[in-house]
Design a protein around this ligand. Structure first.
Ligand code: TXA
Ligand code: MG
Length: 324
């Protein structure tokens, strides 16, 4: 049974306990602004192994190393000028950069699955304070069983991994609700490996250049975690529905009625006012609620593809993909 500490009420105890557990090589669930992470000392191979075991995660799928400041980042990766500009603009925040690891970096090869690059991110929120105190990068995937929906609250983490965990820090619902946007700068190409909580259009506006989308980035899986079936609820998933079938759970967007919704087991609206940020923050919680309704199928109404809609639709397509 995991101990749960409220970071609002007991911030100092939360940091002390988290650092003590991490120092023993045990993972701790920590709140970031995107989703809750399952964090462990990125320099300790036993600690990293425990993350892979707890999640049942394939070991070829590398983890993101989380840092508290630029100095910590510089100790582990080499920044090209474009990546540096992105870090300076969007960190702390929902952006992960794939960068060459320095030869003298102490992040263990298990965290990067043996690649010569590191996924690196400076998160916002309470997790950053934990990293600053711990003094070393924390490797952290989302705190869910591999292939399942990412947790956006301590309750989600506890329901999935509570039996295996010693400690969960509870900072309330994650502000953004979608995992970070992953970017790799390749020469003068800026490649989007995963759409996420930072709208890629914001990067395009800053740099005044296009961000190359995954579909056009080549056939290989660049972020090994981007397997087709992922973010899977227990129920089957139908997308872009114009009518609801009896007994389905309906998740819609924008407040508009969908034909047949009176026959639905449950009707949830990601954002009745049509706000994509609000929709992103609600997405995983609503998927879990729809799943818990017992409906065999979750039907999603149409969602606009601009802005954060790109990342939301990416997650829905993975949820709807044939299960491997
Ligand atoms: O918002 C987030 O990114 C959350 C919070 C906890 O920070 N973390 C998260 O981690 O979503 P995870 O493990 O679920 O997804 C990390 C993704 C995977 O798709 C992985 O393949 C990719 O990052 N990745 C990590 N290191 C990489 C590398 N060196 N090269 C390419 N992809 C990498
Ligand atoms: Mg994940």
């Amino acid at each position: 049974m995991a101990e749960i500490i409220d970071t609002g009420r007991e911030p100092d105890r939360a940091i002390e306990r988290a650092c003590a557990v991490l120092a023993k090589g045990e993972p701790v669930a920590i709140p970031t602004e995107t989703v809750y992470g399952l964090a462990a000392d990125a320099t300790n191979p036993d600690a990293i192994s425990r993350i892979y075991e707890m999640k049942g995660r394939p070991r070829f799928n590398p983890l993101i190393s989380h840092v508290s400041d630029m100095a910590m980042a510089e100790a582990h990766v080499r920044f090209d000028p474009i990546s540096r500009r992105l870090a300076e603009t969007f960190w702390p925040g929902p952006l992960t950069l794939i960068l060459p690891q320095r030869p003298d970096s102490s992040v263990h090869a298990l965290a990067s699955a043996g690649l010569d690059t590191l996924g690196i991110r400076m998160p916002d929120g309470f997790s950053r304070r934990v990293i600053a105190r711990f003094g070393r990068p924390l490797a952290a995937p989302s705190a869910n069983t591999s292939g399942k929906i990412s947790p956006t609250s301590a309750v989600h983490v506890d329901a999935d991994l509570g039996e295996k965990l010693k400690l969960i820090l509870d900072a309330g619902p994650a502000e953004i609700g979608l995992e970070s946007t992953i970017i790799k700068v390749d020469g003068d190409e800026i490649r989007l490996l995963r759409p996420g909580g930072l709208d890629a259009a914001e990067i395009e506006r800053l740099l005044d250049r296009p961000v190359i989308r995954p579909e056009t980035a080549g056939a290989t899986i660049e972020a090994p975690g981007m397997l087709a079936s992922h973010y899977a609820p227990g129920a089957a998933v139908r997308l872009d529905v114009a009518d609801v079938r009896a007994g389905e759970a309906l998740i819609r967007f924008g407040g508009g009625r969908i034909a047949g919704e009176e026959q639905a087991a449950i009707v949830l609206d990601l954002s009745p006012t049509g706000n994509l940020h609000e929709a992103a923050a609600n997405l995983f919680d609503y998927m879990k609620r729809a799943d818990a309704s017992g409906a065999a199928t979750i039907a999603f109404g149409p969602i606009p593809s601009e802005g954060l809609g790109e990342a939301i639709i990416d997650r829905l397509q993975r949820a709807a993909a044939p299960r491997g």
